[in-house]
Design a protein around this ligand. Structure first.
Ligand SMILES: [Zn+2]
Length: 360
């Protein structure tokens, strides 16, 4: 690995400025065209980039400010989705939010993240990380028995159909020269919570894990010189996690995934602590969640150092990178504080510096 020790990454999304949040909402409601919104966003996104540079993070994103959400970005670029379809009878808050569902055979209409990535590369000299949702998460989030069976009788068939579209996007990101590509697969991590499995009617967690691994490996197949990360979190909205529990149930799904790095949550108590790192695969890089984005208190660099040193008891320092537990605002409706995010990222960068001085 040519990177410096304790490299720092963002997970992707940053809290959006209020006017950006309103702009995304108006774009969605058709009050402003995509093109006009893009021009306005072109003036906002450089601030998200500069903020991360100032915070000293090594791998930065565009804050995902152009996206309504980390997974809807797929439906925004691909034909075949019905918008704002509620899932009847859903008890889980996330499932009650208006959400797209696949209703006809999917067909790419425009790039998913390539335009964002190109803009990002043009506006920074820092290394870049760009996230796209994994087919498994797209399949879990946007296939419903109620709306989708005519197009894809089984959820797995829909996931399969997503694979070539996401591979095509990976190819674009590689051509643009993005340094790290992140596949967002939180819906694999949600499996750790028995309440979630009950709610979703999931009886065979092994089957779900195998599906997620299959999807990731199909997407990454043949892209041998690309640094892939997979992000696994418990999902959150407005400082509350959607699921809770340690990663024990899914930790064995990591080794067979053909990616180098896993960005996971370890700062929030909701993620069940670092004990599971004893089983973290030896040949993978850990993206240690060392900033709790749900906590209003800004960690001191020393607190972050402690979290990393605790992880070093189980994972060699050469295999540890630092990131916040999750993106700060995976959806534009997620109300979080941009200044707080800046201070937290800065603390993380300062912690990495302290760690290099101490353990370098
Ligand atoms: Zn996340």
């Amino acid at each position: 690995m040519t990177d410096q020790l304790f490299s720092t990454y963002v997970v992707g999304s940053l809290p959006r400025l209020q006017w950006v949040r309103e702009l995304i909402e108006e774009r969605k409601r058709g009050k402003i065209s995509w093109e006009a919104a893009e021009r306005l966003l072109d003036s906002a996104v450089p601030a998200a980039i500069a903020m991360q540079e100032r915070a000293g993070v090594d791998y930065i994103s565009d804050g995902e400010w152009r996206r309504e959400s980390y997974v809807k970005v797929f439906a925004d670029a691909v034909d075949g989705f019905g918008y704002d379809l509620h899932v009847e009878g859903a008890t889980h808050r996330a499932s009650q939010l208006p959400y797209p569902a696949v209703v006809s055979k999917i067909k790419p209409r425009k790039p998913i993240a390539a335009d964002e990535a190109r803009f990002l590369k043009q506006h920074t000299k820092a290394k870049t990380i760009v996230a796209i949702p994994s087919p498994y998460t797209v399949g879990r989030r946007m296939w419903t028995a109620e709306h989708s069976t005519k197009a894809y009788p089984k959820r797995e068939e829909f996931m399969e159909a997503c694979i070539p579209i996401i591979r095509q996007e990976v190819k674009r990101l590689v051509d643009i020269g993005v340094e790290a590509i992140q596949l967002d697969d939180p819906w694999l991590a949600l499996l750790v919570d028995p309440e979630y499995r009950e709610r979703e009617g999931i009886k065979d967690a092994d089957k779900e894990k195998a599906l997620s691994v299959h999807c990731v490996n199909e997407v990454t197949k043949g892209f041998d010189n690309v640094a892939f990360s997979v992000h696994l979190c418990h999902a959150h909205f407005n400082r509350k996690h959607g699921t809770v529990g340690p990663y024990d149930l899914i930790i064995d799904a990591l080794a067979p995934m053909n990616v180098q790095r896993f960005a996971m949550e370890f700062a929030t108590p909701d993620a069940g602590g670092i004990g599971v790192l004893k089983r973290f695969p030896k040949n993978k890089v850990l993206g240690l969640g060392c900033i709790d984005h749900t906590d209003k208190n800004v960690e001191t660099p020393e607190q972050v150092v402690q979290r990393v040193e605790a992880a070093m008891e189980m994972v060699p320092k050469e295999n540890i990178t630092l990131n916040p537990d999750c993106g700060f605002s995976p959806s534009s409706s997620n109300p979080m504080d941009l200044d707080e995010a800046y201070l937290k990222l800065k603390s993380m960068s300062q912690a990495a510096q302290l760690l290099r001085e101490k353990h370098g």
